[in-house]
Design a protein around this ligand. Sequence first.
Ligand code: AMP
Length: 282
Amino acid sequence: MILFKKVADLHKYLDTQREIGMEIGFVPTMGALHQGHISLIEEARKHNSLVVCSIFVNPSQFNDPADYRKYPSTIDSDIALLENADCDVLLYPSVEEVYPDPDEKSHYELGYLETIMEGKFRPGHFQGVCKVVHRLLKIVGPDNLYIGQKDYQQCLVIKRLLELMGMKDQISLHIAPTLREKDGLAMSSRNARLDAQQRQIAPGIYQTLNLVRKEIKPGNLQLLKEKGMNHLLEKGFRPEYVEIADASTFLPLNEWDGSQKLVVLTAAFLGEIRLIDNLLLN
Ligand code: AMP
């Protein structure tokens, strides 16, 4: 694997690779890699002649400065995992490399995608996500982009970004399923910050999502969402939301006619660690 810290060097290298007909698969990450990330690398490996991963903890997507400061960093083991997964290129840039002009302003028209759920509870988060993904896509110029369903709303935001930037015909978006620990906890870099007691409680998120999946029936959904919130509270979480939405439009639903495809999504704190997860319901 070749490690690039300088954007210009990577750019030059990828130009030569494109010229010889390489197809580029790209997996952007914030590092502290786990098997969930590696499953994206493996998927990219299957379908591309060149696999590029980036590790960049993007300050502009953190609405909570403490969350940014405490974001785990495990670069040595990340490199080992990537080499083991046969990744070809790692971009590991500084903040200055990614944002050479700190005053540059951007705004992406995301509509309701950034006013509900993650957008509502993390103001500015998706603008930050768009800013970094847009920049990384311009640097890497991939044919295929791999992201995880674990961040369901982010998948829709990135789909929208590709449309907004007129990139949707050049870059194919691939959404990979969520990898979980044996007890159902969705793999996440933030799990490393859970203490032993919190780690025991954490699968309660998946149990709550499954409870909703088991009990969903056509009609009013309000009571079931409340039941989900209470289930999390009883287990010791501080839930922000349990929401049921149309799986494709992402619009939250209070009534279900039994035909639409649905997704249940939640965000909940354990101590100061914020965890998110989601499950397709039908
Ligand atoms: P992050 O490093 O958290 O920004 O995640 C980088 C990419 O990995 C994103 O596209 C995530 O959706 C994806 N990802 C994170 N956790 C998982 C998981 N448990 N299973 C599959 N993909 C994941």
